[in-house]
Ligand binder design. Structure first.
Ligand code: ARG
Ligand code: ZN
Length: 468
């Protein structure tokens, strides 16, 4: 009865509303907030992802012919409606849709920019699981990402690969392209028989027919779409087993053998080092991929198998970038941001891990890394607040370095034991999920048993150099 009264009051007490305007006003329905079908509600990138449903699994079957650059795909998307849906969106950049079914029945669709809008024959009720199958194809095209330049699907002389953050999946399959909607993946890549086709997770089988080889990859922990990747081409691979889990590293065969292969060979050593501080490695496969491409000068923490530009080693780099990308397996991949503004939870943590490994191998101490930046009051990192950097600055030095410095300042404030308990607990409690800065601050306060709001306010949310 209390609920009914509240509803009636809410419906009839508006000052500008006439009291009795008709039968429909006697029992007004509570008005639900409208769901934005075209975006996941991220203020930095309002068009990324979609609303109204939650994907649990993608099953992708993709055939790619480097001779024509043509891709032919079938994407089976299993999702649950979170509201009543008479239509819904997937993100898809370029490519042509041939046919869509929803729950086995042909559906109609339209395109609006990178939105694929699907109308099933019958509406889908909130709470219902539904399966959408999209047959699509064409010549994929890349996109431009903030700071990283050209990303997404990129062709190479002998194949192709995909890489990009915060968006890239949309260039090769229909997707709810926001880290908030993590899902399991099965990725089958069919390529001319002499090429390698490497993706995330476990190799679940490989078969050859009529000169084409299908490589079946399986991702068994929820994955954010931008962390899905593949490389197609001529790679030298090293396979092994570590702690009962498969290891697979791959290096583009156009690169001379040397430092780059040695760096990949350290993947499990570095993972074991990080495990001591962050808790158990969260996934069931290890690896790394080094590509040879002038357009990509960075690395990305693609799940279980980060992709590295060879640029790190052509400049005579060491392995700190490997530590950075492997740390992301905990911070970024297993614990993902629920909105892009929280990106320091990925990059600040990975930068800190990079400094930890740098200290271990004698590059520099963490304190030296901290001091060298702290001592420069004119550094750009003091002009950008890493906790709310703005969409244009999600990869700025502040997010990385000031983010890492924030963790070091926290460590000095609460002591080593509590600091590493905070990191381990964060990784454990948020494993396979999505999180935000407020949750991290609450955890740090809980474990350290001290108020930290002012501390984090100065380090994360204000410009200017915090006093020490
Ligand atoms: N998440 C990637 C990494 O740091 C992003 C790379 C961005 N690089 C850049 N130069 N802005 O591992
Ligand atoms: Zn990073």
């Amino acid at each position: 009865a209390a609920v009914v009264t509240a509803t009636l009051l809410a419906g009839c007490s508006g000052p500008t509303r006439p009291l009795f305007t008709g039968a429909q006003d006697r029992f007004p329905e509570p008005v639900a907030a409208p769901v934005n079908l075209a975006g996941a509600g991220d203020p930095y990138f309002p068009g990324y992802g979609n609303g109204g449903y939650d994907v649990s699994a993608y099953d992708l079957k993709i055939k790619y012919d480097p001779a024509t650059d043509k891709l032919a795909g079938v994407a089976t998307v299993t999702a649950t409606a979170t509201t009543d849906l008479s239509k819904f969106h997937l993100d898809l950049h370029g490519l042509v849709v041939d046919k869509i079914t929803v729950e086995g029945a042909a559906a109609t669709s339209t395109r609006q920019g990178d939105e694929l809008i699907i109308t099933p024959v019958a509406p889908i009720a909130s709470g219902k699981q539904f399966v959408t199958v999209v047959s699509y194809g064409g010549v994929p095209t890349a996109i431009t990402a903030p700071d990283l330049g050209v990303t997404g699907f990129l062709t190479t002389p002998d194949g192709a690969f995909t890489i990009g953050e915060p968006e890239s999946a949309t260039t090769w399959f229909p997707v709810n392209d926001h880290p908030k909607d993590k899902a399991l993946y099965a990725i089958e890549l069919t390529v001319p028989g002499d090429l390698d086709a490497i993706s995330n997770g476990l190799l679940d089988g490989k078969s050859t027919a009529n000169g084409w080889t299908s490589w079946r990859w399986k991702v068994t922990s929820p994955m954010a779409p931008y962390l899905a990747t593949f490389v197609i081409g001529d790679y030298r691979t090293v396979e092994g087993v570590h702690k009962g889990k498969p290891v697979l590293t791959a290096v583009a065969n156009t690169l001379p053998k040397g430092d780059v292969d040695e760096a990949m060979a350290q993947t499990t050593t570095i993972t074991d080092f990080l495990e001591q501080y962050f808790g158990p490695y969260p996934f069931d496969a290890y690896g790394g991929i080094v590509i040879d491409d002038e357009r990509v000068r960075y690395a990305l923490e693609t799940q279980t198998r980060p992709v590295y530009s060879d640029a790190f080693w052509s400049r005579g780099q060491n392995t700190v970038v490997v530590a950075h990308e492997l740390a992301h397996q905990w911070f970024g991949d297993s614990v993902s941001v629920d909105r892009w503004e929280h990106i320091w939870l990925n990059e600040g943590f990975a930068t800190y891990a990079q400094w930890m490994w740098g200290e271990k191998i004698g590059v520099s101490t963490i304190q030296e890394e901290f001091d060298s930046r702290y001592r420069n009051p004119g550094d750009r990192i003091w002009d950008i607040a890493p906790g709310s950097p703005g969409a244009d600055n999600i990869f700025s030095g502040s997010v990385y370095d000031r983010g890492g410095m924030t963790l070091h300042a926290l460590r000095k404030l609460v002591g080593d034991d509590k600091f590493f308990t905070i990191l381990k607990t964060w990784a454990a409690e948020q494993r396979d999920g999505n999180a935000n800065t407020a949750e991290f601050i609450a955890l740090a306060e809980r474990i350290s048993a001290q108020p930290l709001t002012d501390f984090f306010q100065k380090w994360l949310y204000e410009t200017g150099r915090p006093a020490q």
